[in-house]
Write a protein that binds this ligand. Structure first.
Ligand SMILES: O=c1[nH]c(=O)c2[nH]c(=O)[nH]c2[nH]1
Length: 332
């Protein structure tokens, strides 16, 4: 209570960018990660708000410095979730007035470069989205004979970890910007038709989306954290594969999608069926439209007649479809 009012407050530092390099890990080259970290502390520092008494405030500058100091202390390669847990534990246990810390991290998707089929020891590619294509930038200065590559998709790994003082924990991991497109095997029929409806029904259309996913792990205490290194990284790759595989279906015949809603549901369901330690999954899948092109005038009645071939891609407006799928009963 503050002077008869209820106050909910937290403070921290956002957009703390840190890159950590580990040299020649296991004799197979350097490892680099680049993280954008946000920290939010729940702490007992009411007098700072009500009377200008800062004696309980952990300065956000110190919070920022902690990120670099802890990165330095990580002498072995650590996963993003592992680093978030480490930071959360530090803030929640080191400062008596801090009851909980929430750590968000987004990883920049640096990937090892392959030169002539061999992975390069110190060159990395950054995937930067330019409209719908992703251009792989060269960053290794002494990688002279390496051309520009193009790659679709620049998804980022994300995490949010909350650690409370006595070790209660919640971990979500996620993906941002997973761009997926099918040129066929998609339709949309049987929807509400009223006096505002123009959209024709179809069993043949393109479907494109940029998936944002987040999933919650069933862990609830720091003592539950698996000892296995990189289990969260493995899980991230596994979930991404399930999402992609379910969206596309088998390689030759694919799978028909009657709506983004149905495809989203199947993707989320497959994640929960496949990973028992995930309790819920939230998917946001904008329906990014490719408009059929038909061009005509009085004297050119069919300059361009659409035959599932020429489209006008648009960024906006787009449909917004999102859902969270959770288990209703715990699986014992
Ligand atoms: O898969 C779709 N879901 C919708 O809700 C919708 N609405 C729309 O106009 N087109 C589509 N497509």
């Amino acid at each position: 209570m503050a002077e008869g009012f209820k106050i909910d407050q937290q403070h921290g530092k956002s957009r703390v960018r840190v890159a950590r390099v580990w040299k020649n890990v296991d004799g197979s080259g350097d490892v680099i990660v680049e993280w954008n970290v946000a920290i939010s502390l729940f702490s007992d520092c009411l007098p700072a708000y009500t009377s200008g008494d800062n004696s309980a405030i952990v300065a956000t500058d110190s919070i920022k410095n902690t990120v670099y100091a802890k990165a330095k202390e990580c002498t072995e390669v650590i996963s993003m979730e592992g680093f978030a847990i480490l930071l959360g534990r530090h803030f929640a246990s080191f400062y008596p007035q801090v009851s909980a810390a929430v750590i968000n991290i987004v990883e920049k998707p640096w990937e090892r470069v392959d030169i002539d089929g061999r992975s390069h020891s110190h060159g990395e590619l950054a995937h930067v989205t330019i409209s719908s294509l992703t251009v792989s930038l060269r960053v290794a200065p002494n990688l002279e004979d390496f051309g520009i590559c193009f790659r679709l998709g620049s998804e980022k790994h994300t995490t949010e970890v909350k650690v409370e003082k006595y070790g209660t924990l919640s971990i979500t991991s996620g993906i941002e910007g997973l761009a997926l497109l099918k040129t066929t095997q998609s339709g949309f029929e049987g929807f509400v038709r009223d006096h505002f409806t123009l959209l024709p029904e179809t069993r043949e259309r393109m479907v494109a989306t940029e998936v944002t996913a987040s999933w919650r792990y069933s862990l609830t205490h720091i003592s539950d954290i698996p000892a296995k290194q990189f289990c969260f990284t493995e899980k991230y790759l596994g979930v991404k594969k399930v999402l992609v595989d379910t969206f596309f279906g088998p390689p030759v015949e694919g799978v028909y999608s009657p709506s983004v809603q149905n495809t989203l549901y199947l993707m989320a369901k497959d994640v929960l069926n496949r990973f028992p330690d995930i309790t819920s999954v939230k998917l946001r899948m904008p329906n990014i439209h490719f408009l059929p092109v038909n061009l005509s005038s009085k004297d050119k009645p069919s300059l361009v007649k659409f035959a599932d071939d020429v489209y006008m891609p648009i960024d906006e407006p787009h449909g917004t479809i999102e859902a969270t799928l959770s288990r209703t009963m715990s699986r014992l």
